[in-house]
Design a protein around this ligand. Structure first.
Ligand code: SF4
Ligand SMILES: [Zn+2]
Ligand SMILES: [Zn+2]
Length: 312
């Protein structure tokens, strides 16, 4: 098998693009995909400070590494969720990488700042763990980015994640979520920071190859709550189809993104936003979901989410 770009011996094949690459050309291919994604959606410039959410998994570690290599101004933030047999390992990998590469990193501990680990919080809330975790992470990351003056918040969501989210939203016909799904959500209300996903054109497998080739450390432990996550079922279903017909995930997601505005003309992505009566952050309700969760957990959200209270 020959490299499509330089004709040297290839080490891997990307079926959906009908190409094979040697190590050097594969790394260039990944970098080019990121550069094009950032440019296509005008995600950020090299002058902007980007806050990058780093869980310690392969996607966020790869994105941290590649964005830094490309000369972007990245500060990583790691949320320590306090999940037994998972969070300690993730945090240690992230911290070691930051020290080895001399990169800025903020570690935000849920227990320290909210008074609860994620499992402790979830026990008090009648919702699935991933739902509580998702809304907590979204709130804290946006809140931190906003109050520390980052104009952009980046995450390591990849093509598989986005295709699985799309399938889930279509199966339940969640129009509001479909309208909202994009690799780049602009800051369209005070307090909402622009969100970007520079890996949305790359698959799980391609990112795994990248971390292996670049010898980027990552946490391969699986969160114990993930077994119940429906997104895993959607990923599995899409992988079965992809095996039979390479390129299906790519086609599914990209054609949706191209046609989204025709499918949902004139709809406001965020509905009617106002400020949460407790924390002041944007919400469509009287109180934001995060404050409601903290209230249900019999806490006083004001104690924890004032600007100064999460200063690190
Ligand atoms: S699997 Fe669920 S609980 Fe675990 S980190 Fe992911 S979203 Fe959070
Ligand atoms: Zn090559
Ligand atoms: Zn609130």
């Amino acid at each position: 098998m020959k490299c499509t770009a330089c004709k040297d011996e290839a080490i891997l094949r990307i079926k959906r693009h009908h190409v094979a690459f040697c190590q050097k050309c594969f790394i260039k291919f990944i970098q080019k995909q990121i550069i094009q994604a950032i440019k296509r959606y005008q995600m950020f410039s090299k002058k902007e400070s980007v806050l990058l959410a780093v869980s310690g998994g392969k996607d966020s570690m790869a994105l941290w590494s590649v964005l830094t290599d490309l000369g972007n101004q990245i500060t990583a933030i790691h949320l320590d969720l306090g999940i037994p047999n998972f969070s300690d390992q993730s945090r240690q990998i992230v911290q070691r990488f930051a020290i080895d590469k001399n990169l800025p990193l903020v570690v935000f501990s849920l227990k320290e700042h909210l008074g609860y680990t994620l499992p402790e919080l979830q026990k008090k809330i009648p919702r699935p763990a991933c739902s509580v975790c998702g809304l907590t992470k979204r709130f804290i990351l946006n809140h931190y980015a906003y109050h520390h003056h980052y104009s952009v918040l980046a995450t390591g969501h990849n093509l598989d994640d986005e295709a699985a989210t799309l399938l889930g939203n279509l199966l339940r016909w969640r129009e509001e979520y479909l309208q909202h799904q994009s690799p780049c959500l602009p800051s369209d209300y005070p307090g909402l920071v622009k969100k970007v996903k520079p890996f949305y054109t790359l698959t799980d497998q391609e990112i795994l190859w990248y971390v292996q080739q670049m010898k980027i450390p990552y946490c391969d432990s699986i969160c114990p709550f993930s077994r119940k996550a429906s997104s895993l079922d959607f990923k599995k279903a899409l992988n079965v189809i992809e095996d039979q017909s390479p390129g299906t995930k790519h086609y599914f997601l990209f054609h949706f993104l191209e046609r989204k505005h025709d499918l949902f003309p004139g709809k406001q992505p965020n509905g009617i936003l106002k400020n949460c009566s407790l924390c002041g952050m944007p919400t469509t309700q009287e109180r934001c979901s995060f404050c409601s969760v903290l209230e249900t957990a019999q806490n006083k959200s004001q104690l924890f989410i004032g600007k100064d209270d999460i200063e690190l």
